[in-house]
Design a protein around this ligand. Structure first.
Ligand SMILES: NC(=O)c1ccc[n+]([C@@H]2O[C@H](COP(=O)([O-])OP(=O)(O)OC[C@H]3O[C@@H](n4cnc5c(N)ncnc54)[C@H](O)[C@@H]3O)[C@@H](O)[C@H]2O)c1
Length: 596
């Protein structure tokens, strides 16, 4: 029989604590909610009221249920109020000495059989537990932000946590409607261990002006389907909390440089820019605690006129290549009203491209997304050729041939001889340096990267890569073209992986390393990222879809260019590729897909 929890205590009513109170009270459990001072208690009470009022306004909570929820919460200053609770969750700032002091005090105040839990994200639960005389009743219950919304809870057992305490807490999580993964005490547990290197890397991109905050966030939302971009997420987590988590993970997790907090973070924390809770972090919010972003001096002007500023007029577009990307890109341009010349290596290839293009357009018609007239008009805008010379008078060329530098360089050298002056020459490469391609021409200022995502007609993102030789006009033209295609163009520098792959693949690689270390299972890791962070797919699901060989190749490029030891490809990934387990396409990758 699992133990019955009727009253729980929550210590610290900040970003997490207030949400945790709501989770318990919503599920019929009485809560004693404790803060350090009367003003802090008022803030916590207001956060809870704000959140439940929003739930009522959205129709997710009845007014009577909200009132009943509030009746279950007893607010108090000081830990003494926790004398008779069954379980306490501590959610005070991420400092070991503070948490140890609180646990020593809880040990003194609480009933001898009470379970003492910490919501720490990165500190050692074991070290916190030894501040008490009952380390076997101490456990980590790591909720995700916002606690009332995110389904996951990481239950962290130490080497001395009693098995029945673990079982009781697991049953409690189920009662709260949460999915739990139970794991050992390791820095960052599952989700944060995989998340924070990525978040810190994104802050580094912002700090080095590699891309704007809006572009970094849009890239990860639109390129990977994440619920929010990394900088917006940092603001939600709180920059002070994020700093402490990174700092602890750096020290506890083998001094991986990727966890050494980017210096900008410390500066922002010192300046009081803590994210949403202080009203300003990477973005500016309507007021402290508000989720609503308001424009500030860094907000880009996104009018059509601003986008077109300095852009050259584009009417005629050449697309070179006959693969999946080229086919998708021809479709995108033709549907947007551009005149398109497709150049392949022969009539047979052109016929194939034309066939798959027609199939794709017809699907659009069947699904009611495209009228027959629009389909025919789009097809009518395309001409087919096997000769580069036909690109003499286009305004823009998009190259999407095989991912081999020598081939691309030779092609760009030819384009340089054939195309008229002022044309923008774009490569869709996903891993080669754009500058190498640009320098194969006599006009590197006109060369950009236009990194479309697969499938191009569907994916809303395009990365616009400007090299150190790209002119502002060429960049402006590329951005204006993306807008005209109905895509979001994000501008970034010419570094391996651009924005999306540089942030995504090291995270996937880290997940493989975590699996390799037997810390957790592929299922639990996938669960943690989906339910804890709202990702559309877990890392192993995604790796199997993308292809393990493709993922390994990208990770190798990142490692070779950036020389970051933490980017070294996971040996397990290499072995699976060697063994021919490449993912869905070979029916086996991290999972067996042969029966699906
Ligand atoms: N922010 C997140 O996204 C997130 C997610 C999961 C877990 N966590 C963890 O949750 C814990 C709390 O983080 P947070 O972001 O909510 O911090 P926070 O700064 O928003 O809130 C901490 C609260 O603790 C109160 N407090 C400080 N000293 C206290 C004391 N002695 N007694 C009672 N209350 C005290 C503060 O007044 C404040 O309201 C940390 O361990 C953090 O790592 C945070």
């Amino acid at each position: 029989m699992a133990r019955e929890f009727t009253t729980v205590g929550v210590v610290g009513l900040g970003t997490m604590g207030a949400g945790i109170v709501e989770v318990f009270a919503r599920n019929g459990i009485d809560v004693v909610a404790v803060e350090i001072s009367a003003p802090a208690l008022e803030r916590g009470r207001a956060t809870l009221a704000g959140s439940t009022d929003r739930a009522v306004a959205k129709g997710k909570l009845a007014e009577a249920d909200r009132d009943a929820l509030h009746d279950r919460v007893h607010f108090a200053v000081g830990l003494d109020a926790l004398h008779s609770v069954d379980l306490v969750i501590e959610a005070v700032p991420e400092h070991l000495d503070l948490k140890q002091r609180i646990f020593a005090e809880l040990d003194r105040v609480c009933r001898p059989d009470a379970i003492l839990a910490t919501n720490t994200s990165s500190l050692s639960v074991t070290e916190i537990s030894v501040a008490t005389t009952r380390p076997n009743q101490v456990i980590g219950i790591h909720f995700f932000n916002p606690a009332p919304v995110m389904k996951l809870v990481e239950v962290v057992r130490t080497v001395v946590t009693a098995p029945e305490v673990v079982a009781d807490v697991e049953a409690l999580c189920a009662r709260l409607g949460k999915v739990d993964v139970t794991i050992n005490d390791r820095a960052g547990f599952i989700a944060n261990a995989l998340l924070f290197g990525y978040l810190n890397h994104a802050v580094g991109m912002f700090e080095s002006h590699y891309a704007t905050r809006e572009d970094i966030d849009a890239a990860m939302k639109l390129g990977c389907g994440l619920p929010m971009g990394p900088l917006a997420l940092m603001d939600l987590i709180g920059l002070d909390t994020a700093y402490e988590i990174l700092d602890t993970m750096y020290r506890r997790g083998g001094r991986d440089r990727r966890h050494a907090p980017v210096p900008l973070l410390k500066q922002m924390v010192t300046a009081g820019l803590l994210g949403r809770k202080s009203g300003r972090g990477f973005y500016t919010y309507e007021r402290p605690g508000s989720p609503k972003v308001v424009p500030d001096e860094a907000t880009p002007v996104a009018t059509e006129a601003a986008l077109a500023d300095g852009a050259r007029a584009i009417a005629k577009v050449g697309v070179v290549g006959s693969g999946t990307m080229a086919t998708g890109i021809i479709e995108v341009f033709a549907k947007a009203g551009y005149e398109v010349i497709s150049v392949t290596r022969g009539a047979e290839k052109s016929a194939k491209v034309c066939e798959s293009l027609k199939t794709s357009l017809n699907k659009g018609v069947v699904r009611g997304k495209l009228s027959e007239a629009d389909r025919d008009a789009a097809l009518g805008r395309i001409s087919w050729s096997a000769t580069l010379e036909h690109l003499a008078d286009v305004d823009l060329v998009v190259e999407a041939v095989i991912e081999e530098l020598s081939v691309k360089k030779a092609l760009f050298a030819s384009l340089d001889e054939i195309c008229k002056p002022g044309v923008v020459l774009a490569t869709t490469t996903s891993s080669l340096p754009v500058i190498d391609v640009a320098m194969a021409t006599q006009r590197p200022a006109d060369v950009v990267g236009l990194h479309f995502f697969n499938p191009a007609p569907v994916m809303p993102l395009v990365e616009v890569i400007r090299t150190i030789r790209t002119s502002p006009e060429a960049t402006a033209t590329a951005r204006a073209v993306c807008a005209a295609l109905g895509k979001t163009g994000v501008v970034c520098g010419d570094r391996s992986g651009f924005i999306v792959n540089a942030l995504l693949f090291p995270y996937l690689n880290d997940a493989v390393k975590m699996l390799e270390a037997s810390y957790s299972t592929a299922d639990d890791i996938d669960h943690a990222m989906k339910l804890g962070c709202g990702y559309p797919m877990g890392p192993f699901e995604l790796l199997d879809v993308v292809g393990l060989d493709v993922s390994l190749a990208i990770q190798r490029e990142l490692y070779l260019e950036l020389r970051e030891p933490g980017f070294a490809p996971a040996p397990l990934l290499e072995h699976l590729v060697t063994a021919g387990y490449l993912g869905r396409k070979t029916r086996r990758g991290f999972r067996d897909h042969s029966h699906r």
